[in-house]
Design a protein around this ligand. Structure first.
Ligand code: GDP
Ligand code: MG
Length: 297
C-alpha cells in the first residue's frame, strides 16, 4: 500500500537480531544550494505520507553547525525500526574556492569513522551507534553538460570514503532526450576520471528473469534523474506529490516522469544493507588500516 515507504521489507536483507534492535542508516546529500536537496529529502522520507500516522516525533533531533545539518528520525514500519539520519550540507559550492566545499563533508565523514573506531576499541562494543555515512547523494545540476571541475574534485576526494550515488537534480526541467544525453556525459566523465561511484552488486544467477530485468534497469538508470516537491496535488481524487505547471503536473512518484521511485526503492529497500556492508567492508576498512598504520609508525 502506498502509505508505506517500504523499508519493512528489510528483514529479507538483514539478520533478525538487527531487525529487532533496529538499525541505523545515514544518508548525506551534497550539491550546490538551490538544486532541490531539501525538497528531495522531504519527498523521500519526511513526506506527508507520515502526517496521519503515529510516528512519534518524526524528527527528533536537528543539529546545526555552520555547514552541516543533521536530522535524525526514528521510523517504525511493521515492527522494523529504522533510525534514519540525513546529513544536509547547505551551501556546498557556494564558497569561492572549491576546496572548502569538499572539506566539510570530508571531515564529517572522517569524524564518524574515528568515533566508530574509538567505540569499537572500547568496552561497550556491542551497542555501538553507527553514525557512519552509508551513502552520499551527489546532486548534479541539470543545466550543465556533464560534470564540472567542482563535481569531479568532490568525487575524487570522497570516492574512497563513501558510497557516492550521483543524481541529476530537477529533472523536470529537461526533456527525455536531454536527460539521456546528460546521463551519458556524466557516466563518461566518471569513467574518464577513474571515479569509483557506488557499484551495484551483481545479482545472483539463481534469481528469476523478472528480478534480473529490474536489476538491469536499475543499473542503467544511474545517475538517477530526480524530481522533488513539497506540494501535494489532487489528480482524479488521488493526492500525489507533484509540481504544477501551466500545462500539467509532473508527478514525483510517476516512473514515467522521473527515477524518484527507483532511487527510493534502492535506498530504503533493496540496497540499504549493501550500502551498509560496503561502508563497513571497504570504506571503514580503508580508514581503519590508515589509523593502524599511523599508530604503528
Ligand atoms: P537546496 O538548497 O538544494 O536544499 O534546494 P531546495 O530544496 O531548497 O529547493 C530550491 C528551489 O528549487 C525551491 O524553490 C524548490 O521548490 C525548487 N525545487 C526543488 N526540487 C525541484 C525539482 O525537482 N524541480 C524543480 N523544477 N524545482 C525544484
Ligand atoms: Mg537545503
Amino acid at each position: 500500500d502506498r502509505d508505506y515507504i517500504g523499508f519493512a521489507t528489510l528483514p529479507e536483507q538483514v539478520h533478525r537480531k538487527s531487525v529487532k534492535r533496529g538499525f541505523d542508516f545515514t544518508l548525506m546529500v551534497v550539491g550546490e544550494s538551490g538544486l532541490g536537496k531539501s525538497t528531495l529529502v522531504n519527498s523521500l522520507f519526511l513526506s506527508d505520507l507520515y502526517k496521519d500516522r503515529r510516528i512519534p516525533e518524526a524528527i527528533d533531533r536537528v543539529e546545526k553547525t555552520t555547514c552541516i545539518e543533521k536530522k535524525t528520525m526514528d521510523i517504525e514500519e511493521r515492527g522494523v525500526k529504522l533510525r534514519l539520519t540525513v546529513v544536509d550540507t547547505p551551501g556546498f559550492g557556494d564558497a569561492i574556492n572549491c576546496e572548502e566545499s569538499w572539506r566539510a563533508c570530508c571531515s564529517y565523514i572522517d569524524e564518524q569513522f574515528r568515533q566508530y573506531f574509538t567505540d569499537e576499541s572500547g568496552l561497550n562494543r556491542k551497542n555501538i551507534q553507527d553514525n557512519r555515512v552509508h551513502c552520499c547523494l551527489y546532486f548534479v545540476p541539470p543545466y550543465g553538460h556533464g560534470l564540472r571541475q567542482i563535481d569531479l574534485e568532490f568525487m575524487r576526494r570522497m570516492h574512497r570514503k563513501v558510497n557516492i550515488v550521483p543524481v541529476v537534480a530537477k529533472a523536470d526541467t529537461l526533456t527525455s532526450a536531454e536527460i539521456k544525453r546528460l546521463k551519458n556525459r556524466i557516466m563518461a566523465d566518471i569513467e574518464d576520471n577513474k571515479i569509483q561511484i557506488y557499484q551495484f552488486p551483481d545479482c545472483d544467477s539463481d534469481e528469476d528473469e523478472e528480478f534480473k530485468q529490474q536489476d538491469r534497469e536499475l543499473k542503467a538508470c544511474v545517475p538517477f534523474a530526480v524530481v522533488g516537491s513539497n506540494t501535494v496535488i489532487e489528480i482524479a481524487g488521488n493526492k500525489v506529490r507533484g509540481r504544477q505547471y501551466p500545462w500539467g503536473v509532473v508527478e514525483v512518484e510517476n516512473p514515467k516522469h522521473s527515477d524518484f521511485i527507483k532511487l527510493r526503492t534502492m535506498l530504503i529497500s533493496t540496497h540499504m544493507q549493501d550500502l551498509k556492508d560496503v561502508t563497513q567492508d571497504v570504506h571503514y576498512e580503508n580508514f581503519r588500516a590508515q589509523c593502524i598504520s599511523q599508530i604503528s609508525q
